[in-house]
Every structure is written in C-alpha cells, then in structure tokens.
Design a protein around this ligand. Structure first.
Ligand code: BG6
Length: 506
C-alpha cells in the first residue's frame, strides 16, 4: 500500500463508501447495445466487488422478443465479452443473473408500462426497495419514455425513486428546457441524475481536491498570477460507426458543451462553502453564468471550427469525415473546435481560457494547462528570448498526473535557464486499480449522491453559452479541413498566435 494511501484521512466526502440500499434498477433499452456492452458488465463488476447489496433486481425493458431466460443468456454473453470483468467464476455469473429479468414492451405503449409496473411492484416487495430508472435509449426517445413513466403507476415520487439520463441533455437551450419540463412532470430535481462521464473520472474530481486541499494554490489562482488557461480534449479516433449520431451532434455539442465546460467550471469556480452536491453545483453554475456570451455574428472572431480530411495516421490510411459511414459527403459538421473564452468575474477578469477539442488529432490527451505570468523583471538574461513561463499541467488522461514546469539554472552556465518538470503520477503513489468513471457514477446514483451529476440550471447555462457556436458553425458551411494527426486546421494555430501565445500539450 502506498504511503499516501496509509495516510487516508476521514473527510466529509463519504460517497466513496456510501451505503447502497436494496434497489430495483429498470433499464429502458435493456437489451440495446449500450446496456449489453457497458451498463450490465459494469453492474456485474460492482456485484463482484461487493458494491451491490444482497437484495437487488435488474429489469430490462425493451421491444425485443425475449424471456427472462433468453435475456439472461444475452447478459451472460455480454459479461463474457467484456474486458472489464476478467474471468469470473460460473457461480458468480449465475448469482448475478438470478437478479435479472426482462419486461417486453414498446416505448409508446401505455399498457406495456402497466405490465412493467406490476413486475417492479413484485420485485420490490410492494415498493420496499428504491426504484431507479435508467434511460439506455437514443436521446430522441427520452421525452416519450419519461412522459409514459409520468402517466403510469410506476413509482416516481418517493425519495428512493430516481432517474438516470446520459448526455446529451437536449440539443440546444430550447430542447433542454423542454426535456427538463418533461422530467419535472415525473421527478423532482433531487431525483434526477444527469450523467456526464467526465465528472466520474478520478483526475477531474481531483481538480477540486488539488485546489482546495493545498493552501498555496488558492492565493495564486487568479488574474494577478495567471496569464492564461488552456483546456485540451483531444482524440485520435474518428467517428467510426457513430456517423449518424455525429451528423446530428458535432464536436461542439458532443464534447464542448458538456465535458469541457464542466472541466472549465471546476477550474474556475470559487471555493464552495462546503462539499455537498448543492454547494459545489451552485459554484459551478455561477462560472457558467459568468462566461462572456458571444453573439452569433461574432463567433468566428473567437473560435475556429474544423473537420478532418483523409490521410495517414499512426501509419494507417484513415478516411475523411465525409467518407465515414452515414455521413453526408458534403457535410460541414465540425469535428474540431477551438475557442477563446472569458470568465467575466472578479477572479478571472482578463485571463483568456483557450479550449480546443477534436477527433483525429495526433493522440488521446485531456489536459488543463495553467500558465503563470512571467516574473516581473527579467533578472537572468540579457538576450531577447522570453522566459518559458511556469505552468501547471493537470493531465486527466491517458496518464493521470500533475506536473509543474519550472525554470532552473543550467549547471555552470551564467545565465541560461532551462525548463524542468516536477511530476506527480497517480500510479506512483496509489496501487489500487480505480473503478471506471462510469462505475463511479453508477455507484453514486445508487447511493443517491448527486455531487458528480449535472443540475438542470447547469445544463441550461451551458447550452445558453454554447448555442451561438453550434448554430454559427453548423450553418455557415465553412469548416476548415485538417489532416488526420495534426492539431486541427492552421487557423487554430494562427488564432492563438495572434495573442502572442501557443497551444501547449505536455
Ligand atoms: C463521449 C463522446 O461523450 O466522450 C465521444 O460522445 C467521445 O464522441 C467520448 O469519444 C470521449 O470519452 P473519453 O472518456 O474516452 O475521453
């Protein structure tokens, strides 16, 4: 056990060890791809780790012609195919399967929800257990299913009833408001778990801990000491089989509006008064509301959108976005987005936040770079080369690490300063294998802890901010093309260079 682990202290964030009470977990779309590939193997892995109570029931609801038995066979196959669970013993799988059943039904059929209700009632011992609804269905069906739940006898008002929705939460502000209205017909906000898997990542959670558990950062964490902030979410993969989804989504909706703005709000937020879900989410929403809004006609002044063309990446020939399956050969959907944002509040006035994200970039990396100001006086050099400013880099993936880039004297030189890194790698200190972000979030909704979920006002504020970017870049038919393996179109480089800065990735 690492030293850091031995020194674990008790603190008021208890969700890691939260108690999960008996539950019935209803999966709408229970036999769909997402459920079988991800959700059910994750639930199984939680069961294996002893993170589920003895009494739990999982009910898959869907229009496939399945019985309990044939559904269980599918779940068994998906567990075998999953690399998340290793090689469990047959008895462990059998035990898990004994908690699973299937309810045949169509999402639009009222009677099918009545059938489901009977089963839930039976499995929960007349509602003695928490009842959770998980929407593992295309987002276009969210409202239909939630309305049906609202109109049925399914339990929705008790404290133990919860609904879990994965992003996207709407496709713009108007549809997000509509969706929230529908959700509120059946559920109160404290029962709604909007899942953005980035918030379940250990290093994303650590942004808050790092900032507020170390007293020497906060005094520097403002416009007196910080020159600029960069956030990069880069992927080397293309859209692969998700062309149809991506044609309706694009990178701004897919990554920027949610994952990136969530990271930004954790970096920029004020210290909360405490660490409960309300206190943290209040502060995050304040940041989103402080973002300087951009009018449609000014979008191109503060951002760049691009789309990958075809070419070589990691030694292989890859298709252009327009050649991907189910993509319009003339599509102008952005797969790359870079922008300069401002958080207009006392702390951050004048500090630019540069963000960039895209597919088919050189490698997978998610990183936040905090660049500090140059020292006020250049004592050590008499040439014109600017000093490499100190920076702090929070790497969220693929390696989970935090590094400082500092300037030190080159040995035996009289005035040569060279940059060095001070690194902290999670893997050097902690020997436990982390649960996936997804599992962490599932565990929290089963335990009823909303801290790592997005609140209604947060979703709306993020859409309000992102909407002009989405519409302008989708409508203008003017994305810039970039070769796979590059850091986006040349315009993205020029855009930051104009400010006398460059993009940084470690
Ligand atoms: C999802 C997006 O939310 O996040 C995908 O829909 C993207 O397009 C994925 O590939 C990236 O997640 P991660 O955890 O691999 O960074």
């Amino acid at each position: 056990m690492g030293e850091a682990q031995q020194q674990l202290q008790h603190c008021d964030i208890s969700s890691d060890f939260a108690h999960i009470t008996d539950f019935v977990f209803v999966i709408f779309g229970g036999a769909g791809d997402l459920s079988l590939r991800k959700l059910l193997p994750t639930l199984f892995s939680m069961h294996l780790r002893g993170n589920l109570p003895e009494n739990f029931e999982i009910i898959g609801f869907g229009r496939q012609d399945l019985t309990d038995e044939t559904y269980r066979n599918l779940v068994e196959e998906s567990i075998e195919a999953s690399d998340e669970v290793g090689t469990p013993e047959a008895s462990q799988v059998e035990n898990f399967l004994s908690h699973i059943s299937f309810s045949y039904g169509h999402f639009e059929q009222k009677e099918d929800y009545n059938q489901l209700e009977k089963l839930v009632r039976k499995k929960s011992g007349e509602y003695e257990m928490d009842v959770l609804y998980y929407l593992s269905i295309p987002s276009a069906l969210y409202e239909q299913v939630i309305s049906q739940i609202a109109d049925s006898e399914l339990p929705t008002s008790g404290e133990g009833s919860r609904i879990i929705i994965e992003k996207p939460f709407g496709k713009n502000l108007a549809t997000a408001l509509e969706l929230n209205r529908t959700v509120n017909r059946a559920f109160r906000e404290d029962q709604v778990f909007r899942m953005d898997h980035y918030l379940g990542k250990e290093t994303v959670q650590n942004i808050t801990f790092f900032r507020f558990a170390n007293s020497f950062f906060e005094p520097l964490w403002n416009n007196n000491f910080i020159d600029s902030v960069q956030i990069t979410v880069a992927e080397d993969i293309g859209v692969s089989r998700r062309g149809r989804f991506y044609e309706k989504t694009g990178v701004i909706r897919d990554i920027f509006q949610n994952h990136m703005l969530q990271i930004l709000s954790l970096i920029a937020m004020e210290p909360p008064a405490g660490f409960n879900a309300k206190q943290v989410r209040d502060e995050k929403v304040k940041v989103l509301r402080s973002l300087r809004s951009t009018a449609y006609q000014n979008v191109a002044d503060v951002s760049v959108a691009g789309q990958y063309s075809g070419g070589q990446l990691h030694g292989e020939q890859v298709k252009s976005y327009r050649e991907e399956t189910n993509v319009d050969p003339e599509s102008s959907m952005p797969t790359f987005f870079a922008a300069k944002l401002h958080v207009d509040n006392w702390r951050w006035a004048g500090v630019p936040f540069y963000v960039r994200t895209g597919k088919r970039l050189p490698r997978r990396v998610t990183e936040v770079v905090i660049r500090f100001n140059q020292p006020p006086l250049k004592l050590f050099r008499d040439d014109c080369t600017p000093l490499d400013a100190s920076r702090l880099v929070l790497t969220i993936q693929p390696e989970e690490q935090i590094s400082f880039r500092l300037g030190v004297k080159y040995p035996e030189s009289s005035n040569l300063i060279v940059p060095v890194n001070m690194d902290f790698k999670y893997s050097d200190y902690f020997d436990r294998t982390y649960v996936s972000a997804y599992e962490r979030l599932l565990r929290d909704c089963l335990a009823g802890d909303q801290s790592l979920f997005v609140r209604q006002d947060g979703v709306e504020a993020a859409w309000e901010f992102a909407d002009p970017f989405v519409s302008r870049w989708e409508e203008c038919n003017c994305v810039k093309f970039y070769p796979p393996g590059s850091w986006g179109p040349q315009e993205a480089e020029d855009f930051i260079k104009k400010d006398g800065r460059t993009w940084t990735t470690e």
